[in-house]
Unconditional design. Structure first.
Ligand SMILES: *Cc1c(COP(=O)(O)O)cnc(C)c1O
Length: 370
């Protein structure tokens, strides 16, 4: 039997190589390769405009802005978060000596369930760190009400939520700060990269110090900062990708439409529909397998796809609360997180990216419905 073409779960958005070369030439001419160079400044401005947010600070990846946000806000003690995410969300707490407190998710979105937050608050709670999982907006209004009532900070891990808007407003404006990842696997990438979004210029200045060792000018260090700066090469790459990200998102949208059209009629498979008033980015296409009705378990389907050279990913399985570092926490108990376990045990993210051709999508669909 002929080996079928490999279909990966994602494929990076790459700039035109000639265009990139031209920008590299400019960097070579200037001999300014990092430390807030001109492409870095330009990308911060263009991203703020594109994302409809007041201020953006670029980072070298999407994990360091999480760690830095917690530092900047002096978060200590306990932070309420979700187990249904990429492990970096909780690691950022651990790296700050903060105890994560997991709260279960809402099955209709996969996001932290606001109704379960209050009962997890203790005198040591200082913040809430939700995730807009798969780019689906959290209930930011309810979370803000709870945070205000108890005097808690809110830091959104918005790694999946590039460009997502609710009623014309960026979801990145919610909370005290939001962080983004521009990793190669995300909707918008700078190879490795990330950003923090903040509301005011003073916070932006403070974050810019913190990501550069705390340096203010040549001789003064105002805080124990870290080094998490983005360089000029990746900023240039990011400027080029920003011009084509809308087209890439639209290509993903078309794939989502086709998946939904067909899978809506398949027994034992469920997925998320678009939410009213939300501009989605189609960053992932998770489906959830009900083995009894579908006639096959999640893992069986996952293996069947692999055997046909179609690579799905079990995002997010296992839950963060199941990893050895976090497993012993009181809030990691399985009976505290029934919905998160249900999702983790049934999910497969189907291939979703701008390079998927119609034939690819039909091949994936055919395999799932058979
Ligand atoms: C990708 C991701 C991160 C980490 O971003 P990196 O750029 O890989 O450091 C953090 N949180 C979530 C939810 C992610 O998906």
């Amino acid at each position: 039997m002929k080996e079928e073409k490999l279909i990966t779960v994602t494929s990076p958005l790459l700039p035109d190589l000639d265009d990139f070369h031209e920008m590299l030439q400019q960097i070579w001419n200037s001999r300014w390769i990092t430390n807030n160079g001109s492409f870095h400044k330009q990308l911060e401005k263009e991203l703020a405009a594109y994302l409809k947010v007041p201020f953006v600070s670029l980072f070298t990846n999407g994990t360091l802005p999480l760690i830095t946000a917690l530092q900047a806000l002096h978060i200590t003690g306990e932070v309420i978060t979700t187990p249904y995410s990429f492990v970096a969300t909780t690691h950022a707490l651990w790296w700050n000596g903060i105890k994560p407190v997991f709260v279960d998710v809402d099955l209709s979105t996969g996001n932290i369930d606001p109704d379960k937050i209050e009962s997890a608050i203790t005198p040591r709670t200082t913040a809430i760190m939700p995730v807009h999982v798969y780019g689906k907006p959290c209930n930011t209004k309810r979370i803000k009400e709870i945070a205000d009532k108890y005097g808690l900070k809110v830091i959104y891990d918005a790694a999946h939520a590039f460009g997502v808007e609710v009623n014309g407003e960026s979801i990145l404006n919610a909370g005290d700060m939001s962080t983004l990842s521009f990793h190669a696997t995300k909707v918008y990438n700078t190879i490795e990269g990330g950003a923090m979004v903040m509301h005011d210029e003073e916070t932006k200045r403070r974050i810019d110090y913190l990501k550069n060792f705390g340096f203010n000018g040549e001789t003064e260090v105002i805080a124990p900062g870290i080094n998490s700066k983005m360089d000029e090469m990746r900023a240039a790459y990011g400027l080029l990708n920003l011009k084509q990200v809308d087209a890439a998102i639209e290509a993903r949208h078309q794939v989502a439409i086709r998946y939904r059209d067909v899978l809506r009629n398949v027994k034992g498979i469920s997925f998320f529909d678009d939410m009213p008033g939300v501009k989605h980015n189609y960053s992932y296409f998770p489906i959830f397998i009900d083995a009894e009705n579908y006639g096959m378990t999640r893992n069986e389907l996952y293996e069947k796809m692999r055997a046909s050279n179609i690579l799905g990913r079990r995002y997010f399985y296992p839950l963060i609360s199941e990893f050895s570092t976090y497993k012993g926490l009181e809030s990691s108990r399985k009976d505290n997180l029934p919905n998160a376990h249900k999702m983790a045990d049934s999910v497969i993210c189907l291939p979703m990216h701008h390079m998927l051709g119609e034939e690819d999508v039909e091949r994936i669909i055919k395999l799932i419905i058979n």
